[in-house]
Ligand binder design. Structure first.
Ligand code: AMP
Length: 256
């Protein structure tokens, strides 16, 4: 196993992550960091779940690649939700604690676009965005993407599930051809394969852990019922197992 130092992480970033308690790289970091640090036009598809240390895997190398003198976005991180957007921007801020004047901006819907535009005008080095809001900013010509050298798509499968496919297409059409593209996904549906084929060249694919892995001591059972019988079926399962504890995931607020 290599250390962060051996992977080529710069001293000011090393200091920040050591303070966070990161002693050694996780497997995804060990694989991804050298790819991104090695230079230009690297396209990488990483099948990795949340909790594997993905954020630092892409975050440390993109921070290290920023030229602060260029007051334009040089790295773009796309992610599906406002929560993830804020979390990634927060992590990047922690990792860059000892790099002065590095500007990271989270950009997501539901917050003031005017304030995001004002910050962009002052000069931002890294943009972490949900696709819909970024498209809005592109259409208003308030964000320039022609200095981008690293594009990260985090939780790409979730972004597609949320209907961001067209937005992603439009965003990828705006960034320079010469760049690194890194796509993270927990699963590899057909639509992801389409995006990687269209926008990535000879991408290297790495898998962290095994694909779609489930815990060995967990049984998966499903019942096929009509939508209108869902609630009754659920009640019957609960009645049948009176000591059941569970979590029910729903798609909509109303349903919940
Ligand atoms: P992520 O998959 O990026 O959401 O990271 C999952 C958690 O692991 C976060 O709480 C990180 O702060 C933590 N983490 C990431 N890399 C390391 C590391 N090399 N050593 C210890 N903790 C880490």
């Amino acid at each position: 196993m290599k250390t962060f130092e051996e992977l080529g992480i710069a001293p000011e970033i090393l200091q920040a992550i050591q303070e966070l308690g990161y002693e050694n790289p996780t497997p995804v970091q060990e694989e991804v960091i050298p790819y991104l640090l090695q230079g230009k036009n690297t396209d990488l598809i990483a099948l990795a779940q949340t909790g594997t240390g993905k954020t630092a895997a892409f975050g440390l190398p993109i921070l290290q690649d920023i030229d602060k003198k260029i007051k334009q976005p040089q790295a773009l991180v796309l992610c599906p939700t406002r929560e993830l957007c804020l979390q990634i921007a927060g992590d990047l801020t922690d990792y860059s604690k000892y790099i002065n004047d590095l500007k990271i901006l989270p950009v997501y819907g539901g917050s003031s676009i005017e304030s995001q535009i004002r910050t962009l005008k002052k000069g931002v080095h890294i943009v972490v965005a949900t696709p819909g809001r970024l498209i809005d900013l592109i259409n208003r010509k308030t964000v320039k993407l022609d200095a981008i050298r690293n594009v990260i798509m985090d939780e790409a499968d979730e972004m597609l599930n949320m209907g961001f496919s067209e937005s992603i297409d439009a965003i990828l059409a705006e960034v320079p051809k010469e760049k690194n593209t890194l796509l993270f996904s927990a699963t590899m549906p057909k639509e992801i394969a389409r995006i990687t084929k269209k926008y990535m060249k000879e991408a290297v694919e790495i898998t962290i852990g095994s694909k779609n892995e489930g815990a060995k001591n967990v049984k998966h059972i499903y019942y096929m019922v009509h939508a209108r019988d869902k609630y009754l079926a659920l009640k019957r399962v609960a009645d049948y197992y009176p000591n059941i504890y569970g979590i029910i995931f729903c798609r909509t607020r109303k349903e919940t």
